[in-house]
Design a protein. Structure first.
Length: 96
């Protein structure tokens, strides 16, 4: 959990495996067993949750939040965000 939370924007499976002193296959199995998701799905979800936090707590431009959270393409970020939260980052940021 800590590696995802601390390095969500850049962490790779081999880096996580090395930090945990486990094989990539073992890390993959553990993540699937504990979360029911793949490494990529967990990393993406962690990135999106971090982006949601930033949208609610900062005035940073959406493109900058996208970049800070590890998304190389703001259009893909918006699509992924909408799929997870059922609204665009712009709509999420609007006061309720």
């Amino acid at each position: 959990d800590q590696l995802f939370l601390q390095q969500y924007a850049t962490i790779t499976l081999p880096e996580m495996a090395k930090a945990l002193n486990l094989s990539t296959n073992h890390v993959t199995r553990l993540i699937k067993q504990h979360y029911g998701k793949t490494f990529i799905e967990m990393r993406s979800l962690t990135r999106l949750n971090a982006a949601a936090d930033m949208l609610g707590s900062t005035a940073l431009p959406i493109s900058e939040i996208s970049d800070l959270c590890g998304f190389s393409n703001p259009i893909y970020f918006t699509q992924a965000f909408k799929k997870e939260f059922h609204m665009t980052p712009r709509d999420y940021r609007k006061p309720h």
